[in-house]
Design a protein around this ligand. Sequence first.
Ligand code: DOR
Ligand code: ZN
Length: 335
Amino acid sequence: MDRLVLRQPDDFHVHLRQGSASADWARDAQKAGFARVLVMPNTVPPVVDSASLMRYRHSLAAAAPGLGLLMTFKIMAGMTTETLTALKAAGAVAGKLYPEGVTTNSADGVRHLKDAYPVFEVMQELDLVLCLHGEDPGAFTFDREVVFLKDFRALRQAFPRLRIILEHISTREGLETVREAGERTAGTLTAHHLLYTFDDLAGGALRPHLFCKPLLKRSEDRAALQAAAVAGEKQFFFGSDSAPHAKSNKEAALCSAGCYTMPVSLPLLASFFEERGALEKLDPFLSVFGAEFYGLPRNPGQLVLERRPWVVPLEYHGAVPPNAGETLDWQLQEV
Ligand code: DOR
Ligand code: ZN
């Protein structure tokens, strides 16, 4: 088989940044084949109210007409019901919780999860989805996700009607916790956590373009993530956590966290599902489970992937994808 016809997919976790560069990242999402993207709010300044959300969506829509923009806001402790209601009215579909200091642009994040409980209460009433960066900043870096899961379980119990997503799951325990938490709970999986381990990042020469938060983990964790994706478990769907940084900020003494994977996600995932004999599970992972969880219709359009080797560009607008210069088997048919 040399041609794969897929429903146009969604990417339920992207960073499109701010300012003039965001036009490039938004257009890349379209070129990469995505119909809709869930846009993360950790811009500078962050998206924290209806005015900033509408401004941001407007600038992205102008840059990439036709791209479905699912907007989020950054959860701040002390956000009022009024602010949250206005965000919902402005079209926000989800709020994103960043624990303080765990990743790029999160110094203004929430210190203790409990500090944001009053916000979660209102989000539950408004039926806004809660997206979690699930890492405890007080724990050792490698253990941050697993340590966070205790708070996650308490949160799950405290807000039974809230839809909660554990973003970019990186551990076996993270998957297990989401499974046990039941159907109002889901997790996103990135291409990089599915394909790489900490050894790829730092087992030999350091590869800064694989440095992200949460860190890539052990091969046992990766195997668990891979099994969840190819089994077609509906609680787990694709969110690339595509996070472009300038090459000069990645190949640096202080390397920024984030992998720019959006342009290569579909070819990588096609090869990955094919190698495991699970190509029929690719469409639900990319285009069905996430839409269902968010209560969105499936995308009507289609795209075609062709088996035609191509070499991943060394840069996209100054950001280097983790597998720059490598040859991939599948590529998107130009329309
Ligand atoms: O590696 C990451 N980069 N993880 C995140 O959670 C945020 C992202 C970014 O914004 O660069
Ligand atoms: Zn992210």
